[in-house]
Design a protein. Structure first.
Length: 281
């Protein structure tokens, strides 16, 4: 195995733009600049040799910046960026990104679906047209959803079998709450062969101050049973994870939660799934 892959992290520079999702004093611990240079030693200590850098805001200018980040260091192996899926010129926007000298780093597109007031936003005609353009561009689509958005995600993934979807943060169930209807909705989505799932973002859906690995276990068991290790990939969600845990603690939790699996299954989750789905080199 050629090192672990962290399939989901972020960076931001607040002098370039505000992170509009940082609302309230609870987010003060992450209300500063974060760079790949800060992540690199943490990743190295955890055996992570490749990462996927994921968009943070719905601003077109961020994606070229992230492509430049990927070009400028050895850790980032791919970028999940943002385009306006509802725009008439979405094909042109995707083509322009891919045609850049650093465009090969672009592996996927994401939008903050869980912030849309309409839980069926993914089913809009203009959104579906944009998603078809993502598929035509040979890119993956990251689903940033919560439980209420899963029915629309299911319909959309069924309608676009040519597009590879990746569920971020296991669709953000409330850790410690009821497993249903999240578990049944996620299992239905997992029944589709064009959907994978990131084992990420769980610690910040649990109690930030006193979560335990055992709190996460029932949710991880659902994900592994539904998708199988070949369609599950580890992501740290750094630096957002710092609200509840260090980078090392997030990696260790995922390691503990997958310890009963075979070597090949663990290698899928900590690298091979992400390499295949995102076409990382």
């Amino acid at each position: 195995m050629s090192g672990r892959v962290d399939a989901h992290h972020h960076v931001w520079d607040l002098s370039v733009r505000e992170q509009t999702w940082m609302v309230g004093p609870g987010l003060d611990p992450v209300r500063r600049n974060f760079s790949v240079d800060e992540l690199a030693p943490l990743a190295a200590e955890a055996g992570v040799t490749s990462t996927v850098l994921v968009q943070t805001v719905g601003v077109a200018a961020e994606t070229p910046e992230f492509l430049e980040v990927a070009t400028g260091n050895e850790l980032v192996a791919g970028v999940v960026g943002w385009v306006d899926l509802t725009a008439a010129e979405v094909n042109e926007a995707l083509a322009a990104l891919k045609e850049r000298a650093d465009g090969a780093w672009l592996k996927g597109i994401r939008h903050q679906v869980h912030d849309e007031p309409d839980p069926r936003w993914l089913c809009r005609d203009d959104v579906r047209t944009g998603l078809a353009a993502v598929a035509d561009a040979g890119l993956v689509y990251d689903l940033l959803t919560k439980t209420p958005h899963l029915p629309a995600a299911l319909e959309t993934a069924q309608a676009l079998p040519q597009l590879s979807f990746v569920v971020d943060h296991i669709s953000k169930p409330v850790i410690g709450g009821d497993l249903e209807p999240w578990a049944s909705e996620l299992r239905a989505l997992a029944a589709l062969p064009n959907v994978s799932c990131k084992l990420s973002g769980m610690v910040t859906e649990a109690s930030w101050t006193d979560w335990k690995v055992s709190d996460l276990q029932p949710y991880v068991e659902v994900v592994l049973d539904a998708f199988g290790p070949d369609r599950v990939m580890f992501g740290s969600d750094w630096p957002v994870c710092l609200l509840a845990a260090s980078y090392a603690e997030v990696v260790q939790a995922a390691t503990d939660l997958t310890a009963i699996l075979t070597t090949a299954e663990r290698e899928a989750i900590f690298g091979n799934t992400a390499r295949r789905v995102y076409n990382l080199t």
